[in-house]
Design a protein around this ligand. Structure first.
Ligand SMILES: [Fe+2]
Ligand SMILES: [Fe+2]
Length: 196
């Protein structure tokens, strides 16, 4: 019951890079990583965190100068209470949200580690490229196409170092190949990115 209420609550949060479809992908990937790692995880907390972890990037929650993870943590208890989510799992949801970004070293809680890896993988490969290109001119990260291409290159070089599970590292290898291939072909076709 709380799951359908949560899905109803997040309906307005659409965005080409961090909206509902991203929430669902990260949940499904987190579950897949847990299975591959033979981890018995709390899927309820992963589900709740998946649909709430980026709400701090959306109005009316968004706060200038404050990390979207902190904003989501501040607001999630009230949302979880309103949908009758099991209260004893609130702290786990908050830890998962706190640790989700690639630039945060996750805690030693298994759900937080696999969720961190799932969210990081969504910045990689064909899906990662698609998300970054979708926000060109829309977000601070990517004022123009050239900056987006350099961000893809940066993610290709740096995100593999931010993964903690063997299962995620395996998926990362495939996704790095896709990024490398894309960047190599784009470089060829644009005189080493000069003509973008
Ligand atoms: Fe995020
Ligand atoms: Fe995310």
């Amino acid at each position: 019951m709380w799951k359908s209420k949560l899905l109803e609550f997040v309906k307005p949060f659409t965005h080409p890079a961090w909206g509902i479809t991203h929430f669902q992908r990260v949940y499904e990937l987190a579950i897949k990583l847990a299975e591959k790692q033979n981890l018995d995880v709390d899927s309820d907390s992963l589900f709740a965190a998946a649909y709430l972890h980026d709400i701090g990037a959306f109005e009316p929650y968004r706060q200038k100068g404050k990390d979207h993870s902190d904003v989501a943590i501040e607001n999630c208890s009230e949302i979880l209470l309103s949908i009758n989510f099991p209260k004893d799992k609130n702290d786990l949801v908050k830890d998962i949200i706190r640790c989700h970004m690639f630039y945060v070293k996750p805690s030693d809680i298994k759900e937080s580690i696999i969720f961190h890896d799932a969210d990081t993988l969504d910045f990689m490969g064909t899906i990662g490229i698609s998300r970054i290109l979708a926000i060109v001119g829309k977000e601070d990260w990517t004022p123009d196409l050239k900056s987006a291409i350099f961000l893809i290159q940066k993610f290709h070089d740096e995100l593999p170092l931010e993964l903690y599970t063997a299962a995620a590292k395996e998926i990362c290898n495939e996704r790095m190949f896709e990024m490398k291939d894309f960047l190599a072909k784009l470089s060829q076709q644009t005189n080493n990115f000069e003509l973008i």
